[in-house]
Design a protein around this ligand. Structure first.
Ligand code: XMP
Length: 523
């Protein structure tokens, strides 16, 4: 498979570039900028992209690149810091421009350019720099400039080396996609052939090769990642896979049944439904501290899981739904082996004495939206593929105070109303905009049950019952979030339905706190 390696000089840039390359249907992976050239060559990439990064090339701890990289004979493209490090390494010079450039800028072509081929002589690009190349290395031509940046792009076509001071990966660079396409297809001669279908064939083959005739165990949580791993392994190895679904009783209404339905009717795997509801209820009785609840739930999950695992004969592999951002964020990387031993981000798995599995992580090179596309292509239903984020400790951290069966029942029913109404609201927006996460769609939405009661009146009777808090946020990554500006009619309908349909609730309130200062969850 043809592959482009992005050398990352500052995490967020690398991810974005890899995404853009994949969007153009060329497979792309990220490696740390200081990876030795030999290790990069061993990956047999078709091309290399040097990302931008926040440092100044002359700072004491500025990230360097192995100079031997430029002798590999591979096409190389650098953006921003990537251009500067290319220039510095190859004998050019980088200096401070008098004024930095941040935001849109207009570049003007000053020489013929393979990289900018087919784009206008003058065009708007996205700049974000203080330093810039002051003298290009020997053999390079300056191909475009802005008023303050003499080397907005440069190239040495003979050696297939190209670079821009601006960021083609950013949408604000009007012809960014064309520039990237010029590099991938025009210069490197790659094919836009990376697609979900051939990807599935390849992943299925990989899992089969790795596992052979051995057995695999997988903990299903109902979430997107573990479900997609389940569907993929089901296609690859069928009954050699045992899916263990630990039902802690804290999932949302109907979710356990939905998970069971999919993995027993749609996929032909060995499915174990562990009914642990009562054990969890006992452990959680009387516990109101949020961290303690989390700890109890997490510890018990592994107890339940390993109790099943130890009863199964000949299980060699543990499948995990680790995805690419988990790997990048934890700094852990494959060591080149297939089923690599436990990596830092898995240290939390408390294997009991004498128990060990090799890990397989078939999704560890994919971004969340690619995992979703994979799930759909494997036949998983939308309600799983597009499931909103849901915390591992489940509804226990949406019940403030201790968890009781009565409170759980109220919360499940109220939450079902919130989801039904806001699923419909999101579906209307999707129909209007064609985007799943459009400007006003809700990203995460649910009900919370506080530990108080309030007075109300229903019919002629005074009531003293529970309020329900509705939480709905707009976000892209949960790091920050804003409360969703839902239309009053939608809020009104949620409120009247909850009070009418959920016994024990006489009041509904809406949480209008952004994150920060609030968090998405209440506990
Ligand atoms: P907060 O409440 O910190 O949540 O703003 C950010 C995102 O993380 C989810 N979340 C969790 N997910 N285990 C999880 O797997 C947890 O303990 C947990 N706590 C919060 C939350 O739903 C939101 O999407």
């Amino acid at each position: 498979m043809q592959k482009v390696i992005v050398l990352d000089f500052g995490a967020q840039y690398g991810q974005l570039i890899a995404r853009r390359v994949r969007d153009l249907r060329v497979y792309s992976e990220i490696m740390p900028c200081d990876t030795p050239a030999g290790e990069i060559a061993a990956e047999e990439p078709s091309a290399i992209i040097l990302s931008g990064g926040p440092a100044s090339v002359y700072a004491d701890d500025a990230p360097e690149v192995d100079p031997a990289l430029f002798d590999l004979g591979l096409p190389i493209l650098g953006f921003c810091y990537g251009q500067q490090i290319m220039a510095k390494t190859l004998g050019g010079m980088v200096g401070h421009t008098e004024v930095g450039e941040y935001g849109p800028a207009t570049i003007k072509r000053v020489a013929a350019s393979r990289l900018l081929d087919g784009t206008p002589e003058e065009q708007v690009v996205w700049m974000s720099h203080r330093d810039s190349v002051a003298r290009v290395p020997e053999g390079f031509a300056i191909t475009s400039s802005t008023k303050v940046c003499p080397v907005a792009s440069m190239e040495c076509a003979e050696r297939n080396l190209y670079a821009t001071q601006f960021h083609p990966e950013v949408r604000h660079t009007t012809y960014g996609t064309q520039i990237l396409s010029n590099f991938l297809f025009g210069i490197c001669g790659l094919e836009a052939s990376w697609s979900m279908d051939n990807l599935i064939d390849q992943l299925v083959d990989d899992v089969r090769c790795e596992v052979g005739a051995d057995r695999v165990i997988l903990g299903l949580s109902g979430g997107v990642d573990s479900s997609v791993v389940g569907a993929l392994c089901a296609r690859a190895i069928g009954k050699q896979l045992t899916c263990v679904f630990v039902n802690h009783g804290l999932l949302r209404k109907n979710e356990p049944e939905e998970v069971e339905e999919v993995f027993t009717k749609q996929f032909d795997v060995d499915f174990v439904h562990v009914h642990a509801e009562e054990r969890y209820a006992k452990l959680l009785a009387g516990v109101s501290d949020p961290e303690q609840k989390r700890k109890i739930i997490g510890t018990q999950f592994w107890e339940e899981f390993f109790a099943v695992a130890q009863q199964l004969d000949g299980v060699k592999y543990l499948a995990q739904g680790t995805i690419y951002p988990d790997i990048i964020e934890s700094g852990a990387r494959k060591t080149g082996g297939k089923a690599s031993t436990i990596k830092s981000h898995h240290n939390l798995i408390p294997f009991p004495e004498g128990v060990s599995f090799d890990l397989i992580e078939p999704l560890d090179h994919f971004f969340k939206d690619e995992v979703r596309a994979l799930g759909t292509a494997l036949g998983l239903p939308d309600h799983i593929v597009w499931r909103q984020p849901f915390p591992g400790p489940g509804l226990a951290i949406r019940i403030i105070g201790d968890v009781t069966p009565e409170k759980l029942e109220i919360l499940k029913n109220a939450d079902a109303v919130v989801r039904e109404e806001l699923d419909a609201y999101n579906a209307r927006l999707y129909e209007e905009t064609g985007e799943r996460n459009s400007e006003h769609s809700c990203w995460q939405y649910f009900a919370v049950l506080p530990d108080i009661k309030s007075v109300g009146v229903m019919g002629d009777e005074r009531t003293y019952q529970r309020p329900v808090i509705v939480r709905a946020v707009e976000s892209t990554d949960a790091m920050t979030a804003d409360w969703a500006k839902l239309p009053y009619e939608v809020l009104g309908k949620i409120s009247s339905r909850i009070v009418a349909e959920v016994p024990g609730v006489n009041r509904v309130v809406y949480d209008v706190t952004p994150k920060p200062p609030g968090t998405v969850e209440w506990e």
